[in-house]
Design a protein around this ligand. Structure first.
Ligand SMILES: O=C(O)CCC(=O)C(=O)O
Ligand SMILES: [Fe+2]
Length: 313
């Protein structure tokens, strides 16, 4: 696919009220699919985050990371990479916390009960509103991606079985002589990941040609990225791209990213639409959290091709 990779990330504009069946809808479906196949991600222009919510989500991030470490480490989850991450010697700039089931009141409340037992109304409302709003974008992308593969009959049950992990991610500016590598190269284990950043850039993705590309977020934009589960679902058509975060050396500002990761509570399996004589089935059905559990093992972490090693036919 190398030679036909477009040099820039595709941009899909969701602000024009895409009507299902309209020519603009079909062309957006096509761009979503091309974006996820070529680069494994695309830029979504989506204006449903109001200026107030934009302000309050980064204020919420400040407030959260300012909590004492003893409290932050209480953000634990039996699912790997869902809770507190930080204090890692080779990733010194990074800290993250996760709210599982963030589009449900119970999910947000159980996080708040640990961090602020006395309650925190503004953090609660901000996190919940942000997660719900971005989950709507996730749903739209799923519908459009499935439709572009003629697999639309599977989108409703997929959306019904999606759960959303909201992660607050912080990368402090490097000090003198400190690494500017803020988060090492990896692929996400989610189905989709949707990223929203403050004004500090740093995300890079690796193209199919193996070239690292800086990602710039235009105003009101998100990066929608495929995770390994989406690559498996698509029988390897979609790319789950390697990506990393690098801060500018000498930069003084903190990068915040608010990320929404979608996971499936039903089996991840390749729909029959992807399989024929020319495209034999490549992956066995699997339980999504088992992919995370595999990645948490030494074998999984060392794997150069996690899908093949975990669920390859
Ligand atoms: O901060 C970012 O832009 C990327 C975060 C990321 O890749 C992750 O948490 O998986
Ligand atoms: Fe990631």
């Amino acid at each position: 696919m190398g030679s036909i990779t477009p040099p820039e990330l595709l941009v899909v504009d969701f602000t024009k009220g895409l009507k299902p069946g309209s020519p603009a809808w079909s062309s957006a479906c096509n761009d979503i699919r091309r974006g996820l196949e070529y680069h494994g991600c695309f830029i979504a222009i989506y204006d449903k985050i109001s200026p107030e919510l934009d302000k309050s989500i980064f204020k919420a991030a400040d407030e959260l990371f300012d909590l004492p470490l003893e409290l932050k480490i209480k953000n634990v989850n039996e699912k790997p990479y869902h809770g507190y991450v930080g204090q890692i010697s080779f990733v010194p700039l990074h800290e993250g916390l996760g709210i599982d089931y963030s589009t449900t009141e119970e999910g947000v409340d159980s996080f708040i009960n640990i961090m602020w037992p006395q309650g925190n109304k503004s953090f609660r409302e901000t996190s919940f509103a942000f997660a719900k709003t971005v989950a709507k974008l996730d749903e739209m992308v799923i519908r459009m991606l499935f439709e572009s593969y003629g697999a639309e009959k599977h989108s409703e049950s997929h959306i019904d079985s999606s759960t959303y992990l909201l992660r607050y991610l912080k990368y402090r500016a490097p000090e003198m002589n400190e690494t500017s590598m803020a988060f090492p190269s990896h692929t996400d284990k989610s189905f989709l990941t949707i990223l929203y950043q403050n004004h500090v850039s740093g995300l890079e993705i690796k193209t199919r040609d193996g070239v690292w590309m800086n990602v710039n977020f235009p105003p009101k934009s998100f990066v929608v990225m495929a995770g390994d589960a989406c690559q498996a679902w698509s029988n390897n058509r979609v790319l789950s791209p390697n990506h990393k975060v690098t801060l500018i050396e000498g930069g003084k500002e903190t990068r915040y990213t608010i990320a929404l990761f979608s996971f499936l509570s039903k089996m991840v399996e390749v729909p029959e639409e992807f399989v024929d004589d020319e495209n034999p089935l490549q992956f066995k059905p699997f339980v999504h959290v088992d992919l995370l559990n595999f990645y948490a093992t030494e074998e999984g972490r060392k794997s150069q091709n996690i899908l093949k090693d975990f669920c390859g036919v």
